[in-house]
Design a protein around this ligand. Sequence first.
Ligand SMILES: NC(=O)c1ccc[n+]([C@@H]2O[C@H](COP(=O)([O-])OP(=O)(O)OC[C@H]3O[C@@H](n4cnc5c(N)ncnc54)[C@H](OP(=O)(O)O)[C@@H]3O)[C@@H](O)[C@H]2O)c1
Length: 309
Amino acid sequence: MGRNFNLDEIPDMTGKVCIVTGGNTGIGKICVQELAKKNAHVIVASRTPSKGQAVVDEVKESTKNDKVEFMQLDLLSLSSVSAFIQSFKDKNLPLHLLLNNAGVMSCPFTLSEDGIEAQFATNHVAHYYLTTQLLPILEKSQPSRVVNVSSLAHKYIFWNGLVLDDMNDESKYNKHMAYGRSKAANILFTRELTRKLEDSGDKYKNVYVNTNHPGAVSTELTRHNESMTMSVMRRLFFIAPEDGAKTQLYLATSPEIEKKNIKGKYFVPYGDESVPNKHAASQENQTKLWDFTENLLKEKVPGYTGANI
Ligand SMILES: NC(=O)c1ccc[n+]([C@@H]2O[C@H](COP(=O)([O-])OP(=O)(O)OC[C@H]3O[C@@H](n4cnc5c(N)ncnc54)[C@H](OP(=O)(O)O)[C@@H]3O)[C@@H](O)[C@H]2O)c1
């Protein structure tokens, strides 16, 4: 019998500060609600102020928790990520949970503000930058956690492996493969970051970084792939966002993570450890992705000094 994590198992989060990217809708919104219900200080990090603030108002009202706030973050713009990092630092808050949940799936070919294929830019590069720059705060706030929301779609790279060099070539673009690559990147990043943190001795001993597939969840994620079939599939087979949020909330809040020292792992509904595709779990690809992302950030972010782990 597998783990069947229940939202009632989320412990009291009083005093815990949590950032949820893409907290304005779908799975992220449920995470915001559940964390706020348990008294956490929750930052809804979203790109559109009106959408983010609406969720803040709604969650404050329903939970009577005043420590829910909106901070603007557009993952398609590294300068927006830089501004978010600075604004968060300026608050002098600890950080106990960074929930890298925002994502875009199978959109038509576009480039981010920085000229990076949009799914890779949103789902991987911006979250990598955000996480590594907030690490000093996560370190000071230990025990602390990072959850990178991946997908079963990471397995799409089974065909070609991890191909990074041609991602900005529109003629080679396959929107589903590009989603798979970005979601494989979430797992590779989780594993490589964990390895690097462990290699630095005891400094990050109680920083727990994990990743998950939330399930096939009925949300707005399919917005770029709407069809009659998709709508029927969603109604018949997809789970509710409340259930989709369980696995990441397990990784984000369950005391089991610390008790069992769960680090660098991939989890599936509803809180079961699983094994990613071999291309998303190879040391060679972990190193390749890390180096590629570091080089990209050096090129795109003025004054970037590296992940510094
Ligand atoms: N739903 C599923 O079946 C499923 C399956 C596997 C994995 N996942 C993963 O679960 C996570 C949550 O997805 P969901 O299903 O809840 O989808 P969703 O309802 O579409 O929510 C995605 C969230 O990401 C935000 N986002 C997208 N691009 C952004 C950007 N450039 N800057 C800031 N925020 C941005 C969206 O903001 P806007 O509202 O402003 O667009 C929204 O808040 C994603 O990482 C997805 O890959 C979902």
